[in-house]
Ligand binder design. Sequence first.
Ligand code: 4GO
Length: 222
Amino acid sequence: MKIDVLTLFPAMFAGPLDESIIMRARQAGLLDLTIHQLRDWTHDRHKTVDDRPFGGGPGMLLKPEPIFEAVESLKRAGTKVILLSPSGRKFNQAIARELAQEKDLLLVTGHYEGFDERIRETLADDELSIGDYVLTNGALPAMVVIDTVARLLPGVLGDDESSQDESFSHGLLEYPQWTRPAEFRGLKVPEVLVGGHHAEIEKWRRAQAKARTAEQRPDLLK
Ligand code: 4GO
């Protein structure tokens, strides 16, 4: 998969996407990621990307011209253009699975008070929010989407890290787990897990996952 990102803060992307599983996916050619500086598509001396809202109000908006030029130059046949903003539909694992089927994504991140509406109307195929809170810019949400989608791409996770059997894939939170030692500071691992009776373990885990979901995330059971 190819993912292009349009941002005013390319340096924010160095680090999170240069480590661990995501870096390995990039090196293996499973994820082709390019971060672009939006100011590269301005033409004035000050590289202006923002302007005041018509009708007044606080703050500045991203003006259409640089974003239109950038998207038109980066977009190819089949590229899905996605805005990251608090007004988007709420991102989740199901949306990540859909996006993982796409060939190309172009993530457009905002800054200031947001985007000129023509960007949303004309350029965007989708608009996503990572949650009901406001950030200073869309770089962190873009990284969240990239990380979530990239780990679902075929070959990115090894068998040991499989994404088949995890929270949200079956609509429940994960069951609790323990590793060695079987007793630590007087805290014991549940007997059923140490026993090795696989059908019993399966049943117990299912019940634990349900109880945990009812306690922490009753909304998921509806
Ligand atoms: C996205 C962008 C929050 C999200 C953002 C989110 N804040 N919840 N801030 O996904 C335009 C102005 C959007 C700054 C940006």
